[in-house]
Design a protein around this ligand. Structure first.
Ligand SMILES: Cc1cc2nc3c(=O)[nH]c(=O)nc-3n(C[C@H](O)[C@H](O)[C@H](O)COP(=O)(O)OP(=O)(O)OC[C@H]3O[C@@H](n4cnc5c(N)ncnc54)[C@H](O)[C@@H]3O)c2cc1C
Length: 382
């Protein structure tokens, strides 16, 4: 875990080169224009970056989450938006791998793993975010079909995805009434509403999904009726590690730009890194980056060995995303006025970092998960 193998180092180099080559040229203009490019995503797929932990039987590289996180750090160090794209596209693959039947896997996984198809994950609704179990979208059985009605909010790749894993209510109130479905992007009755105008992550589309009697075959049910909440939570456990890995990428990019600048920029005839006030800021940025990476690697390592990883994943998500916010903000400070301009990428890193504290369960929700475990461990008699 502390030293990469030659194969892992090669993966890191390849991911770094591919991200810079594919995403670098249009990065700034896409951020400004709030533009997602499916063709760039497909090129990431062609470079082998969209199905790293997916089994080779279904078109993936068959590597671990550890390798996946190494690659995500590299992609996100160039573009957090596309880091999130790769991670979100990974969620249906994780879900299909665990809950899909053979026909569902064969239909969707190879395309998703190759980046030829784009995946989405539709859980959140206008009235249900952190409290996902209160979702209201319905799926009503109608012969060999389900009819879906409701609205999903904040859906990454909304309008672009070829398939979404969508959670809807087939039963009564609460988590047990929720089921998970594969919803093809061209389903009649599925339309797309508002595209969010966001502070950051601007090359990643976040869109409202509207379901008006959208009819899907009953065979698109994932697992059994009532499994949907478990499907979503399992996916989010894995997704949290990826958001943490993306945040390490933001930390690293911020640190690199700020350190380079601080070595070159002189004030009072001195490189500003030699002022303790700046040098210590950079030292803390480096320490936060390294500590975040270690937590991400531990969570991925546990997951790859089939060990319990939910709590460490929550810690990694919480710590690394808070670190990304702090490190990018301090990076802006190191650059002074230049940091606040769009001439340098620090302001983008800072805007992108903020959303990491919110998605895949807010950091308050992660602390709920961690403190509940403490309650279990230490809640006995005083
Ligand atoms: C850019 C972006 C992309 C997204 N992509 C997707 C996607 O692809 N698919 C999808 O399904 N969703 C997606 N989301 C939605 C995201 O998962 C939710 O925004 C998130 O879960 C929080 O829900 P909410 O926004 O409704 O906030 P709320 O749940 O309303 O929370 C508001 C505040 O209350 C706090 N809070 C809530 N409950 C508790 C509690 N029990 N204890 C302490 N504090 C609490 C929260 O931490 C937060 O600070 C995306 C969101 C964004 C911004």
């Amino acid at each position: 875990m502390f030293e990469l193998t030659d194969e892992q180092k090669a993966l890191v180099d390849a991911a770094r080169a591919a991200a810079q080559d594919i995403l670098g040229p249009t990065l700034k203009e896409d951020d400004e224009a709030e533009r997602f490019r499916k063709d760039l995503f497909a090129r990431l797929g062609a470079a082998g970056l969209c199905g790293i932990p997916t089994s080779g039987d279904y078109g993936g590289l068959g590597l671990g989450y550890f390798e996946y996180c190494l690659a995500l750090e590299e992609i996100a160090a160039v573009s957090a938006s596309y880091g999130v794209s790769v991670a979100v596209n990974g969620l249906p693959q994780v879900i299909l791998g665990e809950f899909g039947n053979e026909a569902q896997k064969q239909r969707w996984m190879p395309g998703l793993a190759a980046g030829e198809l784009l995946g989405g994950f539709a859980l959140s609704e206008p009235g249900s975010g952190s409290d996902a179990a209160s979702l209201r979208t319905t799926a009503q059985r109608d012969g060999d079909f389900y009819r879906l009605n409701g609205t999903k909010f904040w859906i990454t790749h909304g309008g672009y995805a070829d398939v979404y894993v969508l959670m809807a209510r087939t039963g009564g109130e609460g988590p047990k009434g929720i089921s998970a479905f594969l919803l093809p992007g061209d389903t009649p009755g599925l339309s797309f509403g508002k595209k969010e105008e966001k502070m950051g992550l601007r090359a990643s589309p976040t869109v409202e999904l509207i379901l008006e009697d959208a009819k899907i075959p009953a065979e698109n049910l994932l697992g059994r009726e009532g499994d949907g909440f478990r499907v979503a939570m399992r996916a989010l456990d894995s997704g949290r590690i990826t958001i943490a890995a993306i945040s390490v990428g933001i930390c690293r990019a911020s640190l690199q730009v700020a350190s380079t600048y601080a070595c070159q920029r002189k004030q009072f005839n001195t490189p500003i890194i030699d002022f303790q006030g700046v040098g210590f800021l950079l030292a803390d940025m480096a320490t936060r980056t390294e500590a975040s990476r270690l937590l991400v690697h531990k969570a991925a390592w546990l997951r790859d060995r089939g060990l319990s990883y939910s709590e460490v994943a929550a810690m990694a998500k919480c710590f690394a995303t808070d670190a990304a916010m702090a490190v990018s903000t301090d990076g802006v400070q190191v650059l002074g006025g230049y940091g606040y301009t769009r001439e340098y990428p620090l302001e983008r890193y800072m805007r992108d970092a903020k959303v990491m504290q919110i998605v895949e369960g807010t950091n308050q929700v992660q602390r709920v998960v961690i403190s509940r475990n403490l309650r279990k461990a230490f809640g006995g008699a005083p």
